[in-house]
Design a protein around this ligand. Structure first.
Ligand SMILES: [Zn+2]
Length: 107
């Protein structure tokens, strides 16, 4: 299976499991993701980047260099956080644009 297909499967599984919501952010570049099958197991995901393969995971698949859903979940979470930050920037820009340019003409 091609790497892109494996990444796609990892992302699909992360979506199916609401993986982004399961991610525990320790700090930038360091995350914990609970196992979906073993109640007391939590995997560590490290990395930063735009692609699932930019992240390493301590699960059996991850240790073998296979993109796993834990890494995909972290990437999805980061995508969501980036979208929220973009939205905050858009709102701030709109608020700034809505301010009157000449205070004397303000109602
Ligand atoms: Zn993993």
């Amino acid at each position: 299976m091609a790497l892109g297909d494996i990444q796609g499967k990892a992302v699909a599984k992360a979506n199916r499991l609401s993986g982004a919501a399961r991610v525990i952010r320790v700090r930038h570049g360091l995350y914990r993701v609970p196992s979906a099958t073993q109640p007391d197991v939590v995997y560590t995901v490290t990395g930063d980047g735009r692609f699932v393969i930019d992240y390493a995971c301590t699960c059996p698949a991850g240790r073998s260099g296979i993109p796993c859903w834990h890494a995909a979940a972290v990437r999805l979470r980061k995508t969501q956080e980036e979208a929220k930050a973009d939205w905050r920037r858009i709102l701030a820009r709109r608020a700034a644009e809505a301010l009157p340019r000449d205070p004397d003409r303000a109602a």
